[in-house]
Design a protein around this ligand. Structure first.
Ligand code: FES
Ligand SMILES: [Fe+2]
Length: 421
């Protein structure tokens, strides 16, 4: 028996018109599929590379290694305050333009011009060529033709997106679509306390993405995050989400609100009770200073809700907590069997020592369950690669995994069709 009502079709999976048959995970173990995915997905979709907070001043910049698109980019705030992105390559003889001690290491800083280490060519913050060393030695060369190669770049709600297509098929807003645009107006700019994790993981990026778009695993895999008096019954009850939604390539899951502050003593770790924060975030809601949160934040109108996980195609997650803070995840593929995971936690800046300790506690719990998830991803990768089993059943609580693998397969099919023409 379901705890929450299911759609009229009997399941969320059927409600959103998805097949119910077991699926293949060949898309996560095949080097050939990965090569197609790079072209069909990562060189076409809008990709979030960070927030404007990373570029606080005119001349602030950061570089990003975009291994999946075989490039490195530099993202910079110009003197006109506009955020632009460029391929991180010098127009003279192709040296990487912005890097410090190690060419593959990302870097950030503030400058007025970018200068190439090799022969000293320089570029303005808008990408135009500012200086050519011994310009008169060159043959009919016009500096104006030798600016940095631009990358399409748009900013939405302070999130910086890039697109590697020659001409993106959609504007960023068209790409995000109504479900995601429904969170416009969330006071993102107030969340200036930022905690950041980065990990190199030996699994396909979609395996970790799967682990964060279903919570069916949570009462089992993460059982030791809570005292047995909580985790035992939780495991028995299993997980159900009160609401799922899809919109184009994007997906959403709402969890019902678990309120640890209402639980008896023996069901919460003593440390969490002392700090009033932990696995389920801070217990005391934050005042976000807005009259009303955007309607798209909880489109299923679930009350109480715990968190809202927006899974944006292809590799971005916004996880909003009802108490008033949010996390962002990115999965950056580096091969068919590896990726870089980035987890960022955003809080309103701590106003008291208690809040500071709460954030520490939340970040620690986050790391713990992250490591539990990652272990499983790496174990799954090696097992899938045996190809001893080829079809895998997904339950209704795993609808978002099913949706994502289908979106991915459709994108690759579409790309292959276009190549035939
Ligand atoms: S490669 Fe950059 S100045 Fe020569
Ligand atoms: Fe998990």
């Amino acid at each position: 028996m379901s705890r929450f009502p299911k759609p009229a079709e009997g399941s969320w999976t059927e409600h959103y018109g998805l097949d119910t048959a077991p699926i293949s995970y060949e898309d996560s173990i095949s080097p050939e599929f990965y090569e197609l995915e790079r072209e069909a997905v990562f060189k076409r979709a809008w990709l979030n590379v960070g927030r404007v907070d990373l570029l606080p001043r005119k001349g602030s910049y950061f570089t990003k290694e975009m291994v999946v698109a075989s490039t490195s980019i530099v993202v910079v705030r110009g003197l006109d305050d506009k955020v632009r992105a460029f391929h991180n390559i010098c127009r003279h003889r192709g040296n990487k333009l912005v890097w410090n001690d190690f060419p593959k290491q990302e870097t950030s800083g503030t400058c007025r011009q970018f200068a190439c280490k090799y022969h000293g060519w320089r570029y303005n913050l808008d990408g135009s060529n500012a200086f050519i060393q011994q310009e008169s030695e060159f043959f009919g060369l016009d500096k104006a033709d030798y600016g940095l190669a631009p990358v399409h770049c748009e900013v939405w709600e302070g999130f910086i997106f890039v697109n590697f297509a020659n001409e993106p098929e959609q504007t960023l807003r068209e790409f995000l679509g109504p479900m995601v645009l429904g969170i416009e107006g969330y006071p993102f700019e107030k969340f200036t306390e930022r905690w950041f994790y980065r990990a190199e993981i030996n699994s396909n990026w979609k395996l970790f993405s799967d682990a964060t778009q279903e919570f069916y695993h949570a009462p089992v895999l993460h059982a030791l995050q809570s005292p047995p008096s909580f985790s035992g019954p939780a495991r028995e009850a299993g997980f159900e989400a009160p609401h799922y939604q899809t919109d184009g390539p994007h997906r959403l899951i709402t969890t019902g609100g678990i309120r640890p502050w209402e639980l008896p003593d023996d069901k919460v770790k003593p440390m969490e009770r002392a700090v009033r924060a932990g696995l389920f975030g801070a217990w005391d809601p934050y005042d976000l200073g807005v009259d009303e949160l955007p309607a798209g934040l909880n489109p299923g109108r679930i009350d109480p809700w715990g968190n809202q996980s927006f899974q944006l195609w292809p590799n971005l997650v916004f996880l909003f907590w009802s108490q008033g803070f949010y996390y962002v995840y990115h999965y950056w593929p580096t091969s068919h069997r590896s990726h870089v995971y980035e987890g960022t936690l955003y809080f309103l800046p701590a106003r008291t020592p208690r809040e500071r300790v709460q954030h520490e506690m939340i970040a620690m719990a986050f790391k713990e369950f992250g490591i539990q998830d990652v272990n499983t991803c790496e174990a799954t990768q090696t097992s899938l690669e045996s190809r001893a089993v080829q079809r895998f059943p997904l339950g209704d609580q795993e609808i978002l995994c099913r949706h994502m693998h289908k979106v991915c397969a459709d994108a690759v099919d579409q790309y292959l069709k276009e190549q035939e023409v």
